[in-house]
Design a protein around this ligand. Structure first.
Ligand code: GDP
Length: 139
């Protein structure tokens, strides 16, 4: 069954001109783009989105990074969408990411790692609702 997930092309990748390359990599492995928007996060939006990490030492730096410039939010559809996106993204730290993944190819550091992908189907639905309406998600 086709499922959907949520992704962000993060500010580092947009600023570096990697948005097109990342979209190509996602389409090449069969993701359909259901919805897509360039936006900017306010500090409170970034804090809310990453609330699960608020006690972590890197939280202030992560929020600063995610608010530094435009980013692209996306709803993606595919068989096994959540797991497949995590596979194509690669490990959080690009030093540990597998060859051919987005993070291995394009990311600079464990923080500035180009792409977000939901970690579970339930998280995906919450994150999709953070940015998109039912109408947006019709594809
Ligand atoms: P993801 O699911 O692979 O994106 O990783 P996490 O959910 O664990 O972390 C969310 C985001 O926080 C990551 O994508 C990074 O941008 C950032 N991050 C995670 N771990 C670290 C860390 O140890 N240091 C710093 N500076 N940022 C981190």
């Amino acid at each position: 069954m086709k499922l959907r997930t949520f992704s962000i092309i993060k500010p580092d990748a947009v600023a570096a001109g990697h948005a097109g390359a990342i979209l190509s990599m996602l389409e090449e492995v069969g993701f359909k783009i259901l919805a897509l928007r360039m936006t900017r996060l306010t500090q409170s939006q970034a804090e809310g989105f990453y609330a699960v990490h608020r006690e972590r030492p890197f939280f202030p730096s992560l929020v600063k990074f995610m608010t530094e410039g435009p980013l692209i939010v996306m709803a993606l559809e595919r068989e096994d969408a959540v797991a497949k996106l995590r596979e194509v993204m690669g490990a959080t730290n690009p030093a540990n990411a597998a060859e051919g993944t987005v993070r291995k190819r394009l990311a600079q550091s464990i923080e500035r790692n180009c792409i977000h992908g939901s970690d579970a189907p339930e998280t995906a639905e919450v994150e999709l609702r953070y940015f998109f309406s039912t109408l947006d998600l019709q594809g």
